[in-house]
Ligand binder design. Structure first.
Ligand code: CP
Length: 303
């Protein structure tokens, strides 16, 4: 197997589990730099070609990567599995190697299965950026989440963050856990028994809904219906009653606390519709912050 130079390993972004606080901090600082730029287009990557390879659906991640790439002047190739030779049976590996052989300088990739991305990255010579793989990691989502918290509170260290809902099927929960722990936050989980992730129990305690509301950040997760085995969610109404952020529960949050959610949102299931744009919700600012974060991550891949 070919060993690639460490510089490639330093430029890819497969996950946050092993990234470390100083590298996360450096990405957050660079995102703040790009956010402060008033010009919409700063064409520093005009000579670079980047492929967005989405083997699973996306709105926020796909378009904010494209926005970030275009703001930096990169040449963007968009690949969607449904209109590609994947439909004729071509593998993920052959698809990525095909785009690589045409001369892309970096690839943003979203995958359904776990474990494929790490293997792929061993065989591809361009940096890959994980745009969400299975229920493993979604590093740029967690980076924009901690960026949003840092803008709100100035500092992550010492914050208490409750992550509530479908932890088992959530790559967002995993990447946030690694980033928040690295940056010194206290993380609590709250989930129904059949949505708890046994592999994460050593890293964060499960609490009940009342205790989850006692936090600086209440991060609600989407119920990931498309990843569920038969019968995981018995009733949306029952789920809302037991684990949803209802207006009554939100009224019990601390006065300074904020609501977050990676979206897309199942309105009136994990969160009441009227809370999505409440004054203490940061759900749309999270999406806005995705652009400078992804500018920083794309620039890091192509430096
Ligand atoms: N938050 C998130 O990953 O959204 P998309 O699936 O729309 O990209």
């Amino acid at each position: 197997m070919i060993a690639f130079p460490s510089s490639l390993r330093d430029r890819e972004l497969l996950g946050l589990k092993d990234l470390g606080a100083s590298e996360i901090d450096s990405i957050l600082k660079r995102a703040a730099y790009w956010e402060a730029h008033e010009e919409k287009r700063i064409p520093v990557l005009e000579h670079c070609f980047v492929a967005n390879m989405f083997f699973e659906n996306s709105t926020r991640t796909r378009f904010s990567f494209e926005m970030a790439q275009k703001r930096l002047g990169a040449q963007v190739l968009n690949f969607a599995a449904a209109s590609s030779s994947v439909e004729k049976g071509e593998s993920i590996y052959d698809t990525v190697r095909t785009l690589e052989s045409m001369g892309i300088d970096a690839g943003v990739i979203r995958l359904k299965p776990n474990g494929v991305l790490a293997e792929l990255a061993k065989h591809v010579k361009v940096p890959l950026i994980n745009a969400g793989d299975g229920n493993n990691e979604h590093p740029t989502q967690a980076l924009l989440d901690v960026y949003t918290m840092r803008k709100q509170f100035g500092e992550i260290r010492g914050l208490t963050v409750s992550i509530v809902g479908d932890i088992l099927h959530s790559r967002v929960a995993r990447s946030n856990l690694w980033a928040l722990k690295a940056l010194g936050a206290n993380v609590k989980f709250c989930a129904p028994d059949n949505m708890k992730a046994p592999d994460l129990e050593a890293h964060a305690s499960y609490v009940d809904m009342d205790e989850a509301l006692n936090a600086d950040v209440v991060m609600m997760l989407r119920v990931q219906l498309e990843r569920h085995a038969e019968g995981v969610l018995k009733s949306q109404g029952e789920y809302r009653a037991q684990y949803g952020l209802t207006t009554q529960r939100a009224a019990r949050m601390k006065p300074h606390a904020i609501i977050m959610h990676p979206a897309p949102v199942n309105r009136d299931v994990e969160i009441d519709s009227e809370l999505v744009e409440a004054p203490n919700s940061r759900i749309f600012p999270q999406m806005q912050n995705g652009v400078p974060i992804r500018m920083a991550v794309i620039e890091r891949a192509l430096r």
